[in-house]
Design a protein around this ligand. Structure first.
Ligand code: RIB
Ligand code: CA
Length: 343
């Protein structure tokens, strides 16, 4: 738990009276790093645990990158989040990565010194179980934020359903109602491990855990300019150099003057929920389609749908699907938090 008394390490400290306990499951990753910094630094959030999974980069790189980010954040505020390694490959699918996007080291090839610390000696699933039970016992149910392939989360759900049922909410970055990226049908996190995504939606529906899907329909909207990235680097703080370096790398990689903060938007939606428009819709994962494997099938037919010809019926998983976002507001929140002007 964050030591609230220690949070006052910045001039304009405003401590949230009851920060939301969160755990992030990451494949750090440029935008996962942006999300981790927001979760660690914003006073409305209490980052309790970080679990790592292979995805954007191989697991060992993800663990190293994640420890580096958490340690960088810990240089300016108290954050006691344990970091644990989890699955190094999907449940069934052949592993792939996205180093062509995130850099050879998976986090912008910034040439940062390696982390000082080590991951926890126990598996990510055990960290998720312990953290969930602890937060539930405190009367402050944990919000789990998967920002990667959901292999760890699926293993957690199937290994410890009694603990999984005590989660407050799952807010996952993945899928898309109308947008895809890995294939014409699928978003990378779900594409990487479709079975895991299907298991997580099934477990949430069965165990009564509310779910929000922060998908590609909103993912690309919050962007930060290359100029703002340069200013963060010029600030000279460790957090600014890291965050700004990531933005600059992403702009260079795509030859653009702005970069999405991607996963960070899912975390921001916990702080500024009014910045996101959601609809509660049935969602299922395509596991067998030749061209559509890994698609999140978001059923937008609405109430009173005629199921006469539908042999499948409505998906059991009713999910709050993010369909609109105030990208500028989310980007401003991220920038102000990184710059130390918590709001
Ligand atoms: O499709 C975008 C997602 O895939 C993000 O979580 C990004 O970090 C990658 O994991
Ligand atoms: Ca990610």
């Amino acid at each position: 738990m964050r030591n609230r008394a220690a949070v006052g390490v910045r001039d304009n400290d405003r401590v949230s009276v009851d920060p939301l306990p969160v755990a992030l499951d990451v494949d750090t990753g440029i935008d996962d790093a942006c999300a981790l910094l927001l979760a660690a630094l914003h006073p409305a959030l209490d980052l309790r645990a970080v679990t790592c999974v292979g995805g954007n980069a191989p697991l060992a790189d993800v663990v190293r990158n994640t420890l580096t980010v958490v340690e960088t954040a810990a240089s300016v505020t108290d954050v006691y989040a344990a970091v644990a390694a989890g699955a190094d490959r999907p449940l069934l699918e052949t592993p792939v990565d996205a180093r062509h996007v995130h850099g050879d080291d998976g986090m912008g090839d910034l040439g940062l010194p390696g982390p000082v610390g080590e991951p926890a000696a126990y598996h990510a699933v055990e960290l998720l179980r312990k953290t969930t039970v602890t937060c539930a016992a405190e009367g402050r149910p944990l919000t789990l934020v998967p920002l990667a392939p959901m292999t760890n989360v699926a293993l957690f759900a199937r290994t410890h359903p009694e603990a999984f049922a005590r989660l407050g909410r799952v807010v996952f970055m993945g899928g898309g109602a109308q947008v895809s990226n890995a294939t014409a049908a699928a978003e990378f996190n779900v594409f990487h491990d479709p079975e895991a995504a299907a298991i997580v939606l099934d477990a949430c529906a069965t165990l009564g855990v509310p779910v929000t899907m922060y998908g590609l329909d909103v993912f690309y909207a919050p962007t930060v300019t290359r100029t703002a990235g340069r200013a963060l680097v010029a600030s000279g703080t460790a957090v600014g150099r890291l965050a700004g370096g990531l933005i600059e790398f992403a702009c260079r990689r795509f030859g653009a003057e702005e970069a999405t903060i991607g996963d960070a938007g899912a975390v921001a939606s916990l702080v500024v929920p009014d910045a996101v428009r959601t609809e509660r819709l049935p969602v299922r994962i395509e596991l067998s389609g030749t061209w559509t494997r890994g698609r999140t099938i978001v059923d937008t037919r609405g109430d009173g749908v005629d199921l006469t010809h539908d042999p499948h019926g409505l998906a059991p998983a009713l999910i709050d699907v993010c369909l609109g976002i105030d990208g500028a507001a989310v980007a401003a929140l991220w920038l102000s938090t990184i710059a130390g002007e918590w709001s």
